[in-house]
Write a protein that binds this ligand. Structure first.
Ligand code: NI
Length: 203
């Protein structure tokens, strides 16, 4: 008897979990909709930076648009131009209705060399939605911290001090119109894969 009562209890607990689970998920299931961003992921947050025209901008200026956020630097020999080109191609693959809702932010982690002028010249090579952002070392540090981006100056042996490279994380983040994290793209994703995923998230 004792073990039968216990089995019954297990069934009841399982049934309650199932009912609660379905009820909570139901609106989402019915909508058959875009995946919801994980609000628990603490990526993004307040920043104050300087755009490629020399204007001070903050995270608040981009509320209302989806933002594609990438940290890198203009002297980057390979990774940054590849990532920015992949994003540009992916955005071109989207219907205009969706791509028009996206602002792309290229935030330098090398403000020493990446002045607003340098950023302005560089972004011309990529998607028209791209905005170049720089700032003081402190502003960049704050922004990188908010987005959990690692970066470090590297001077290779036998090179001049000013020929340094920057080690850096190479994720691209998609943030929602509310400024919250939706998803990210790893370096090496194809434009097709990126376009597909973007299309799923952008309403
Ligand atoms: Ni790079």
């Amino acid at each position: 008897m004792h073990s039968r009562a216990r089995i019954l209890l297990y069934f009841m607990v399982a049934a309650i979990f199932l009912i609660v689970g379905i009820t909570v998920r139901l609106p989402q299931l019915l909508e058959g909709s875009a995946p919801q961003g994980d609000g628990q992921v603490a990526i993004g947050g307040p920043f104050e930076l300087v755009d490629h025209k020399g204007n001070t901008v903050t995270d608040k200026d981009f509320l209302g648009s989806y933002t594609l956020v990438y940290f890198g630097y203009t002297f980057c020999p390979d990774v940054c131009p590849t990532s920015l080109q992949t994003a540009a191609t992916a955005l071109e693959m989207l219907p205009m209705r969706k791509s028009n809702k996206v602002v792309s932010l290229f935030i330098t982690i090398d403000p020493e060399r990446d002045t607003p002028e340098v950023m302005g010249e560089y972004i011309k090579h990529f998607h028209k939605s791209l905005i170049g952002l720089t700032g003081t070392q402190e502003q960049i540090k704050q922004a990188a911290k908010a987005y959990k981006i690692y970066y470090k100056k590297v001077v290779e042996e036998g090179k001049q001090e000013d020929e340094y490279l920057m080690d850096h994380s190479a994720f691209q983040y998609l943030m929602g119109p509310d400024g919250k994290y939706l998803t990210h793209f790893n370096h090496g994703i194809t434009p097709e894969e990126m376009a597909k995923k973007l299309s799923e998230y952008i309403r």
